[in-house]
Design a protein around this ligand. Sequence first.
Ligand code: HEM
Length: 410
Amino acid sequence: MGAFARRALLQGAAAGLATAAGGTVLGDGVALAAPVRNGQGRVIPLYGPHQAGILTPPQQNAIFLSCDVTASDRAGLTELFRTLTSRARFLTAGGRPPKESPSSTPSDSGILGPTVVSDGLTLTVGVGASLFDDRYGLSGRKPVQLVPMKAFLHDDLDPALSQGDLLIQICADHRDTTVHALIDILTHTKSAMKLRWRIDGQRNPERPVGVRRDWFGFKDGISNPDTTDPAQMNQWVWAQPKSGEPDWAAGGTYHAVRIVHFHIEAWQKVSVAEQERIFGRRKASGAPMYAVGENASDVLDPIYTNDPQGLITPLNCHIRRANPQTPDTAATSTILRRSYDYDRSPNVPELDMGHAFVCFQRELETYIAMQTRLEEEALVPYITPKGGGYFFALPGVRDEKDYYARGLLT
Ligand code: HEM
């Protein structure tokens, strides 16, 4: 069975304590989203063995930016990663952009005012399988499970919304901070990469309490591994040294992003009882199916041992296909989900709303096995995956001298 020992709700509480204490450093030296107040919003430290934006409790706003690298050679690619690192240093710490004369072109967009705020910003940089073709001499260094995303049974993938050499996940407490970072990064890297696709997302507020709701009205993000437990993170999220992955990859993780369109109008026609059977949880409370009552706790674990036929929690509901809790699926039932909701306009006549489904896992094959099981889920008629890709989120930037992908490139 998956090691869902704790719930996102508890992680949120732990993160709150960390804030009050001015930051928490875990046993293995991982600074977990240790927010410090600097008057300019939270600072989430850039340096560490792992990148921020993975275990960091999700900020409210995100932009996923997929890019193709246009640098002409390996030196140009290295320069690109150095530039991305120096932008990340400045943007995540905040501060004054260099002073220029009023008659020169501004180095900063000014969207955040004269002083750039840190605002809980994290940048998480990953590489796609296409970066390991013959352009930069990296083919022998590819993470072993990294492949281009293939269409699953019910996908309708738009090539213009799929794949990419790089993925930059930008998250922050406010929307203007993510947009500022997007413009800053594109401005500073335009000679070496170009935008391929982008999806912007937000996290809805918790209504009324607990976990946020997605556009289908269900609490989403309840069952997740415990991000405050280094043992669980090493088991399920971080690539480990001497595990068959290239040495440089230790401390990184596979990052799957899927752009999933929701058929909202069709969903609105489904009774609440049926919606609950489709997800396998109660709509109002988020509790498992055995718990009735609007105020039932969403931190209760779904249990299937007394329900082999799926009379309480249907066998083809979302949570039971994702994590059937059987011995033969135990190895492929734990991923770290960190999704956002999108609302793209205008797209008439149908609403273009959905999920930027995001997850991190030590093995990409875990995600692929899970998504393959979901081909049979009852939610299929109400969603259409349109794009996204698989990436390998790089190990963290260690210090002022380090840069993204140094291990890969040297
Ligand atoms: C894109 C549409 C999706 C929606 C609307 C959605 C929504 C939900 C909801 C409402 C829950 C129950 C609450 C919770 O535990 O967070 C859930 C659980 C879960 N979902 Fe999804 N999800 C989607 C896609 C996916 C995909 C693509 C995967 C993985 C391939 C996935 C994996 C999971 C897992 C592992 C759980 C927890 C299962 C458990 O152990 O109980 N979901 N999802």
